[in-house]
Design a protein around this ligand. Sequence first.
Ligand code: MN3
Length: 197
Amino acid sequence: MAFALPPLPYDKSALAPHLSAETLEFHHGKHHNAYVVNLNKLVDEKKADGSKSLEDMIMSSEGPVFNNAAQIWNHTFFWNCMKPKGGGEPTGELAQAITRDFGSFAKFKEEFTQAAITQFGSGWAWLVSEGGKLKVTKTPNADLPMKHNQTALLTIDVWEHAYYIDYRNLRPKWTEVFLGNLANWDFAAQNMAKAKK
Ligand code: MN3
């Protein structure tokens, strides 16, 4: 069975003015879709096992199959890390865990921003859970927490294609807007709850 491009969890104009419909049209419709097309092509050409789940494929592959499979997963995850009227601060258990492991939400924000800004070239900054503890990490290109025994809670895409249309070269501005106006803390809390099981 071929892999399919999952639809965005909201309308492509729903994140404006923070992220334009044009950005989502390109980022989801062109970039995310290209990873799906490429993976299906690789499965055909290399006779890779296309009946595997995307996660199994990510965990068992390297090179082009890994890159495309992981980028499909990363983007599907990333769309859910944003919502209209997002941002602000988490509540409940997630808020407590952030205070416990970073000292304060402000400290977490500093670390996450630093990771997003200092990822050299393309990649991702993450809030992850590892052995019951929350951490901020960054990964290059398609690399992702599940390859490092970590559960992803929240991510920001810092490939230039994620912000260039709206913010040109200003990755710090993009990171600020993501945390301030878009971050979906409900989704991160759900991921933390699943990580505990
Ligand atoms: Mn991207």
